[in-house]
Design a binder for this molecule. Sequence first.
Ligand SMILES: NC(=O)C1=CN([C@@H]2O[C@H](COP(=O)(O)OP(=O)(O)OC[C@H]3O[C@@H](n4cnc5c(N)ncnc54)[C@H](O)[C@@H]3O)[C@@H](O)[C@H]2O)[C@H](O)CC1
Length: 227
Amino acid sequence: MELAGLACAQTLAKVYPKATHSRVLVCCGPGNQGGDGLVAARHLAQFGYKPTLYMPKPGNKDIYKRLQIQCNNMLIPSLPSTTNELSQALSVSDVILDAIFGFSFSPPVRAPFDAVLPLLAKSGKPIVSVDIPSGWDVEKGKIPFSVKKVEGEGEVKEEETTFEGLEPDVLVSLTAPKLGARDFKGRHFLGGRFVPKTLEQKHDLNLLEYPGYEQIVELPTNTTQKL
Ligand SMILES: NC(=O)C1=CN([C@@H]2O[C@H](COP(=O)(O)OP(=O)(O)OC[C@H]3O[C@@H](n4cnc5c(N)ncnc54)[C@H](O)[C@@H]3O)[C@@H](O)[C@H]2O)[C@H](O)CC1
């Protein structure tokens, strides 16, 4: 989680310099990816950014609580969970770090995130997503999963399925790009430099080489990187 969060912070800093994008809204989900977001917020603050945390449903694991305490001790502000507060915060943010759902997302989006994702999506602010964009299936990518039934006089008039995931500008895949990321068309980075060569070779991961001491590496556009 520490190296993953650092990779997220370095990716955001590389694409969005603090001179123009210092105000980062770090949106954290309840799982380990939310933990990545808390770690990233801490590193961004160390880099001189002004992160604000938004955790509409904080995780209940001990590690999550300890990461929250670290952010509190660094005086990183945390928003109340209401969507009014989120809308207000979005209006004064420069960039969003999406650390809401990772590979354990299973559709459809449940409350409170069903109100959160659309607000992020229509905010007009650049989004950096962690591991897999929130609302995407880790293997199938952007699949419609929300079925809205329009009913009149007690009968179903029509059904519509909508895709309610995010469309980020930047994605930082952890360890290796996920199958669901093959549809992603923005700037794609690999982070989480913690896979030993032996494991990489054993699982034929075919990962990009990290330059020097970097914790992230950008995938060539339209990469056919073996997922
Ligand atoms: N790849 C790596 O080496 C590392 C990945 N990390 C990050 O951890 C996540 C996977 O963590 P996990 O806790 O298994 O899953 P999520 O973070 O995706 O948590 C999901 C969270 O959300 C809830 N949930 C699931 N579906 C829904 C839904 N439809 N509506 C509402 N809520 C939902 C679920 O109950 C969970 O609580 C991985 O992607 C990486 O980002 C490690 O941190 C570092 C190494």
